[in-house]
Design a protein around this ligand. Structure first.
Ligand SMILES: [Zn+2]
Length: 309
């Protein structure tokens, strides 16, 4: 039998298309479609929604979440989504333009299908007199990096749970059960992390950006000085000189930063003041060992506990 050249790959492709199309069509119809701004938020939605949700995130954890550039595929995903889960405040400055581009007013801030997980979180550094640029062009509504305190999973997940139950009431009991299982694991982990990090209490670190405040609050660490002179403003020689003079007191035990800031600047400064640089990830998947919410904190807290021994 003579077959046209390439038939084998064409036939294989056709089979794959059929195999892929059937479950995808069923899945898309059945599952709640969620777009989350960040991988950590996407993971929390998965923990509660499990098999009833299909979740994707916009920001790659390898880049600074303040400044990422959404892709056309993100706009297309948002057009078809049921829920848009976001961090609120001004953490994701690109979020409003993304929602505008998708043409989905129900995802605007405060609208019915926007899930702003900050709403029940106790925020730090909130300006007393309303949004302020006194500290730079970002963090105008307070410190938006609240995901770095694992205690904040509880208020964040309550908001996610309530919205999932609202738009998919048939799954309410499943969501409740998943939520309870998540909280039980969270409580067990919080107890474990308390033991792991007990010796960190009272110690001081320098943070590259003001994104460590919530973890410092959680661990009773001091993190009030930053390599950036203001949030979003790169370190200057004069500012580093002042920090070096401060660090001479010996109070500073480490420099903490996520992966996407210039490590060379932090490492050379760390050598100048004689302290290590610790990579504290800001998002799930930012480093190899933190593929879900619990692994994320396991790894962050292990490296921090080790550096502050
Ligand atoms: Zn920030």
């Amino acid at each position: 039998m003579i077959r046209p050249k390439g038939w084998r790959s064409l036939a294989a492709a056709a089979v794959l298309m059929v195999l892929a199309a059937v479950p995808t069509a069923a899945r898309a119809a059945d599952k709640v479609q969620v777009v989350a701004t960040q991988s950590l938020l996407a993971d929390l939605v998965r923990q509660i929604g499990k098999e009833r949700v299909e979740v994707r995130h916009v920001a790659s954890p390898r880049f600074n979440v303040h400044y990422i550039q959404p892709r056309p595929s993100d706009v297309r995903a948002l057009r078809k989504a049921d829920l848009y889960v976001n961090a609120g405040l001004d953490l994701e400055a690109w979020s409003d333009p993304l929602v505008e581009a998708a043409g989905r007013p129900e995802f605007f801030r405060g609208a019915a299908r926007s899930v702003d997980v900050s709403t029940q979180v106790k925020l730090l550094k909130v300006p007393q007199t309303g949004p302020s640029r006194a500290e730079g062009d970002i963090h105008l509504y307070g410190n938006p990096h609240y995901t770095l305190d694992p205690r904040n999973a509880r208020p964040m997940c309550e908001v996610i749970l309530a919205k999932l139950k609202e738009i998919d009431p048939e799954g309410a009991s499943v969501y409740d059960a998943n939520h309870q299982a998540f909280l039980a694991k969270l409580d067990a982990k919080l107890a474990e992390w308390q033991v792991l990090c007990a010796h960190c209490s009272g110690k001081e670190v320098l943070s590259y950006h003001d994104d460590f405040e919530y973890m410092a609050d959680y661990l009773d660490l001091k993190a009030e000085r930053f390599l950036e002179p203001k949030p979003g403003v790169p370190p200057t020689p004069r500012h580093l000189q002042e920090l070096e003079e401060y660090a001479r007191s010996g109070a500073v035990k480490a420099i903490v930063m996520p992966t996407y800031f210039p490590k060379g600047i932090a490492e050379s400064f760390g050598r100048r003041i004689g302290v290590p640089v610790v990579t504290v990830a800001q998002n799930v998947g930012e480093v190899a060992e933190n593929e879900d919410y619990f692994a994320f904190f396991d790894r962050n807290l292990q490296v921090l506990a080790e550096a502050l021994k």
